[in-house]
Design a protein around this ligand. Structure first.
Ligand code: NAP
Length: 464
């Protein structure tokens, strides 16, 4: 089999701004002004006293001088949750009616799931309370509807903790970048996958052993399918597309491909290409006169090659990163710890401060409703990495090249590590920038050839 050196791709590096997740919550000028006036208190009721709820209660009760006052904690079987470390004035209850009928201004929903949490959020908004939630499932499924309901009641619903936990990505995008037209959001949104892939990269572990290690250390669930199949990251991408690109999409409209297909050999080949492999979530808005409603969305969650020296490649272990690209501001990067009780609670409390600052603002100050894109695809025009495992015989590369050529796709490089048996020979081909839909059509034809030992693996190569 002929071998050629991989061509080194020029990595585009635009200047970005890194915002540390563990930096102290920003105190805006509005808050300092408010300190000079008799400060209105914001009464807060907590639904769910679990990992995040406990941390939120701790932060709210430790921040003396804050305008936020925790008044209620709701949980099932609440007796076993009661903690003496919290002020005795807090009312503990297992009756949701106690909270909904209370004088709490804001309900913080940290129960999770669609039901019954979604019903409680709707009832809270109907009762004229604002809502803060970390519930990505609820926001990815019902976010626009809940924002509309909040708007109709002159209240707010904030969900900064639903994506990337403690990283202020949503609030940064919605408020810090509100003056720009964002057209692209990319990120590493699932800490479990990032932990597994960075371990595979660091120690040459197989997917299964890296997953087992992640489970033992508590970075992966006993059933990791939502993480490794891209379902969790897809829900977060839907929320980011809504918050940052102003596009309303349903999760099932976004392509999600599993990271389970990645083998340790892929990291060896990726390294030869000056790349590494991560689960990348990417949503790109394209304004198009031909598309219904004048706008298209390309979005997917999938394993992809990225340059080893890119910011995304530097997100190690369970870290997350969100990159927003704007027409005027260029690239802005948010990174840090995307999960865990305390980091996620910081995002929740920051949302509460945002509501406290906006008290009295007219509902028109809320972001405008999201548009439905006329076309949604998972296709990107980029170079691709193809890994084949074949029963070796002469003419294999020629057969592959002929089919690719029929689709107008050019081969860039061919790589083959020594030592594979002829019965299961692994080699990699990179192809020049092409539309992934066209490449998939060529690969469907290639998959019918009789020399494959396992299905070909195709990964996009993103430059940043
Ligand atoms: N943990 C993170 O790192 C993280 C990061 C980002 C976002 N989030 C989101 O934050 C939310 C909370 O997550 P979490 O990790 O804190 O979950 P958790 O530890 O399971 O806490 C959920 C709490 O809600 C209570 N609860 C569940 N169902 C209930 C019901 N029907 N009635 C009354 N109470 C009920 C649970 O009580 P029991 O103790 O009886 O089960 C538990 O105390 C979720 O939406 C999650 O996706 C979490």
């Amino acid at each position: 089999m002929a071998k050629s050196r991989p061509s080194k791709r020029a990595n585009s590096r635009s200047r970005g701004k890194m915002r540390a997740a563990n930096a102290p919550a920003p105190v805006s000028a509005k808050v300092s002004v408010a300190r000079d006036r008799p400060r209105a208190e914001l009464k807060v009721a907590l639904l769910g006293y679990g990992t995040v709820g406990r941390s939120v209660a701790k932060i709210l009760c430790q921040n003396s001088g804050s305008p936020l006052r925790l008044t209620h904690i709701f949980n099932r079987n609440v007796g076993r949750k009661k903690s003496d470390s919290l002020p005795p004035s807090i009312r503990w209850t297992e009756r949701i009616e106690d909270v909904l009928a209370s004088d709490a201004d804001v309900i913080v929903e940290l129960v999770g799931g669609l039901d019954p949490a979604g019903g409680w959020v709707r009832r809270a908004l109907d009762a004229g309370k604002s809502v803060v939630t970390a519930n990505k499932l609820l926001i990815s499924e019902c976010g626009p509807e809940l924002v509309d309901l909040a708007r109709s009641k002159g209240r707010r619903i904030e969900f900064g903790a639903s994506v990337a936990g403690g990283i202020p990505a949503i609030i940064g995008i919605q408020e810090g970048l509100a003056g720009d037209n964002l057209y692209r959001i990319a990120g590493i949104l699932n800490g479990t996958c990032n932990y597994i892939l960075t371990r595979m990269e660091a120690i040459g572990a197989s997917f299964q052993s890296a997953l087992k290690e992640a489970q033992e250390l508590g970075f992966a669930e006993a059933d990791p399918s939502s993480d490794v199949d891209g379902i969790d990251a897809r829900a977060k991408l839907v929320i980011l597309a809504q918050a940052g690109l102003g596009l309303r999409v349903r999760a099932e409209q976004i392509l999600a491909r599993p990271v389970t297909t990645i083998a340790s050999v892929d990291f060896m080949y990726a390294r030869d290409l000056d790349c590494t492999i991560r689960q990348i979530s990417l949503a790109e808005k394209v304004v198009s006169a031909e598309a219904p409603h004048g706008v298209k969305l390309a979005g997917a969650v999938q394993p992809a090659l990225i340059p080893s020296d890119s910011l995304m490649a530097h997100a190690q272990g369970s870290q997350n990163i969100v990159t927003a690209f704007g027409e005027y501001s260029g690239r802005t990067v948010f990174s840090g710890f995307g999960a865990g009780g305390d980091p996620t609670a910081v995002a929740v409390v920051s949302d509460l401060y945002a509501i406290a600052r906006s008290a009295g603002a007219p509902p028109g100050a809320l972001p405008s409703p999201a548009k439905v894109p006329g076309e949604i695809s998972g296709d990107f025009t980029v170079p691709h990495y193809l890994r084949f495992v074949v029963k070796d015989r002469p003419g294999i590369v020629a057969a592959l090249a002929a089919i690719l050529a029929n689709y107008g796709i050019s081969i860039d490089a061919l790589l083959q590590k020594p030592g594979f048996p002829h019965s299961a020979l692994s080699f990699v081909m990179t192809v020049e920038s092409c539309d992934s839909a066209e490449l998939n059509r060529a690969l469907a034809e290639i998959a019918r050839l009789d020399f494959h030992v396992e299905p070909p693996l195709c990964l996009p190569i993103f430059s940043e």
